[in-house]
Design a protein around this ligand. Structure first.
Ligand code: PNS
Length: 165
């Protein structure tokens, strides 16, 4: 039996419960799941790719067949390097579809061996994105139930640092 590895890529700036829901579903379908954090420091993310990966690493402790890596360059090359057969992406709503469809077809064109699997998070998280998490948090909204407690602490510290700067 072959060892089936999936890559779940994203910016994860920061990771939230919608992402974790997808990882949890994915971990039962594959022998190994690699959460791949995009190194996109030039886009000035709130957290560096190392900080994002460290936050994820802590949260993956509970699932022994999941780990985190950082990547740059083409996703399909990274997938090959990892010996993975699939890319997993979360689809929250129809509005996600156009961009995801384009990306999946381009990735297939670049590397036909890599399949893209779309998974739907729990309905409770279908409105959740890292962008809205950061935006509402910056206005003092309560994120309970939307991001893990550890991520909430990182957000608090980062916004405090930004206010002091
Ligand atoms: O969480 P995001 O920002 O929606 O994730 C986007 C990501 C990281 C999956 C995408 O930008 C990506 O794969 N970037 C790597 C460069 C690449 O391979 N681009 C070709 C896709 S068409």
């Amino acid at each position: 039996m072959s060892h089936r590895i999936a890559v779940y890529p994203g910016s994860f700036d920061p990771i939230h419960h919608g992402h974790l829901d997808i990882i949890e579903r994915c971990k039962d379908l594959f022998d190994e799941v690699i959460v791949a954090v995009l190194r996109n420091e030039e886009k000035k993310p709130l957290f560096t790719s190392q900080e994002r990966a460290d936050m994820i690493d802590e949260l993956l402790d509970r699932w022994p067949n999941c780990r985190v890596e950082r990547f740059s360059g083409l996703l399909v090359n990274f997938v090959d390097e990892m010996g993975a057969c699939a890319v997993v992406r979360g689809l929250r709503a129809v509005s996600d579809f156009e961009y995801e469809f384009q990306m999946a077809l381009m990735n297939r064109r670049l590397n036909p061996r890599v399949a893209t699997l779309f998974m739907m998070p729990k309905e409770d998280y279908s409105f959740l994105s890292s962008r809205t998490v950061k935006e509402v948090f910056s206005f003092g909204a309560n994120l309970k139930g939307l991001v893990p407690e550890s991520v909430l602490q990182h957000l608090k510290r980062r916004f405090e640092d930004l206010q002091e700067a």
